[in-house]
Ligand binder design. Structure first.
Ligand SMILES: N=C(N)NCCC[C@H](NC(=O)CCC(=O)O)C(=O)O
Length: 448
């Protein structure tokens, strides 16, 4: 094998907090105003990265963003020195300050959609940062995400980092959370699977009634065009609108794929048999044998899937071809989910090992193991061209843990967001981080 899946996990930023910003994401709205522990959150994420690195998987780090985002606050009319901007927002519009302070970039499954070089017309790896247009606090992520990706994947012979799609609901794009790539091996051609919640220009598609559909069909099609994907290598599916209304705000809350396997709920997609048949047919055309591991509603309900985040798991291929499933602790707490998992790993199917991680700080905002990582399938020579400063190692793990210890608070509540020293703490930490990760000047405060 000459190609690998590399997981780039989001390092949780110093302003991690619970502000109830994501209508439609049950965990986010139900933990509004809970007291957060940014230091613990960052350490929980780092522990997952290190554990997967120690198991022999290729692991990288995606840096957090500058928060509060003073530039966004200025665009909304808050003026004065940076400190005055924050103080005015805190006094006049605390909800806007909370949005501008969110550490939501930690969920790097939403950072971008990635097409490996085996799938693209020009044989480069293509990245489109997601516009995350549905939520203000997430819509301000993509400019920094793009600069970070450019600093990590700088070799233009091998990598292409696009601009985000137009920032408009018609092209609402949530990145890899709604995208999965199937393949026989990580090298060679694959089949890219795009899942949308609604269509913006075509009234024939149904839409959820209660919660928003964040991703449109038109956004998926635009990304496929930008990346130069062939029609034979793409499958589109609509998420069942009833599941969005039940709290499945991204497809990665109801399904996860790896290589030739799709682990999913019975109610994941509209017209599910058609979707599975098309995936199977298109994967066969590139030499793969598609396997669907479908969880019946009678065994695990959609509500139990949302509560446990069973499908927000990572499937990782071991050297013998079988797969590990990486799940959050919450799966242990939902009895039927835990017993389903044990039944599955003993069934002789492709997934035969469970690893459980405590990611509670992120989970309370609706972010499980899969949300925290951006997958990039890369050949050995492409891996060599990645900025090596962001690749996990024993040393980087120790350095980042020490950095978190020095810079992060262990309590952060809503009122703390008004503290003017938080901005300087965050900037000081990130300035040091760009040196640790060899990123150069990627943040607005470094560019003045
Ligand atoms: N499923 C994937 N891939 N990602 C999960 C993203 C969670 C994120 N939560 C938040 O943004 C909550 C922030 C707050 O409420 O403070 C969101 O809803 O966009």
């Amino acid at each position: 094998m000459n190609a690998y899946e590399v997981n780039f996990d989001g390092l949780v930023g110093p302003t991690h907090n619970y502000s109830g910003l994501s209508f439609g994401n049950v965990a986010s709205t139900s933990n509004t105003k809970a007291l957060a522990n940014p230091r613990l959150a960052a350490k929980q994420g780092l522990a997952k990265m290190k554990a997967l690195h120690d198991l022999g998987f290729k692991q990288g780090v995606l840096a957090p963003h500058e928060r509060p985002d003073v530039a966004s606050l200025r665009r909304l009319g808050f003026s004065g020195t940076d400190g005055e901007v924050v103080a005015r927002a805190a006094k006049e519009a605390p909800a806007i300050l909370a949005a501008a302070s969110s550490a939501s970039c930690m969920w790097t499954a939403n950072a971008a959609t990635v097409s490996p070089s085996g799938d693209t017309a020009d044989r480069r790896v293509h990245f489109t940062p997601a516009n995350l247009n549905n939520k203000f606090h997430r819509s301000i992520e993509h400019p920094t995400t793009r600069r970070l990706l450019q600093a990590m994947f700088a070799d233009e012979q091998r990598f292409m980092v696009h601009e985000a799609l137009p920032a408009q609901m018609h092209f609402g794009d949530e990145g890899a959370a709604n995208h999965t790539r199937f393949c026989a091996e990580y090298d060679g051609a694959g089949v890219e699977f795009f899942v949308f919640g609604a269509a913006a220009f075509d009234g024939r598609y149904p839409a959820p009634q209660r919660f928003p559909a964040r991703q449109t069909l038109e956004a998926c099609q635009a990304v496929a065009r930008l990346h130069g994907l062939s029609e034979s290598g793409v499958v589109y599916a609509q998420q069942d609108p009833a599941t969005i209304d039940a709290g499945v705000f991204h497809n990665d809350v109801i399904s996860v794929g790896n290589r030739n396997v799709l682990f999913h709920h019975e109610k994941s997609f509209l017209d599910q048999p058609r979707v599975l048949e098309e995936l199977s047919r298109k994967l066969a055309a590139v030499g793969g044998h598609f396997v669907s591991v479908e969880v019946p509603d009678a065994e695990v309900s959609v509500a139990e899937a949302v509560k446990s985040y069973l499908f927000n798991s990572q499937l990782l291929s071991k050297s013998d071809g079988s797969m590990i499933i990486v799940v959050p602790e919450e799966c242990r707490n939902v009895e039927r989910v835990w017993s389903y998992l044990h039944k599955m790993i003993g069934s002789g199917g492709p997934i035969n090992e469970i690893r459980v991680f405590d990611l509670k700080q992120s989970m309370q905002n609706g972010g499980g193991p899969a949300c925290l990582r951006l997958r990039v399938a890369l050949s050995s020579s492409e891996i060599a061209a990645v900025n090596q400063g962001v690749m996990m190692s024993e040393q980087l793990f120790l350095t980042l843990n020490g950095w978190v210890e020095r810079h992060y608070r262990d309590r952060l509540g809503g009122d703390d967001l008004a503290d003017p020293s938080l901005l300087n703490e965050c900037r000081g930490a990130l300035d040091e981080l760009t040196q640790i990760l060899h990123l150069g000047s990627v943040y607005p405060f470094q560019q003045v």
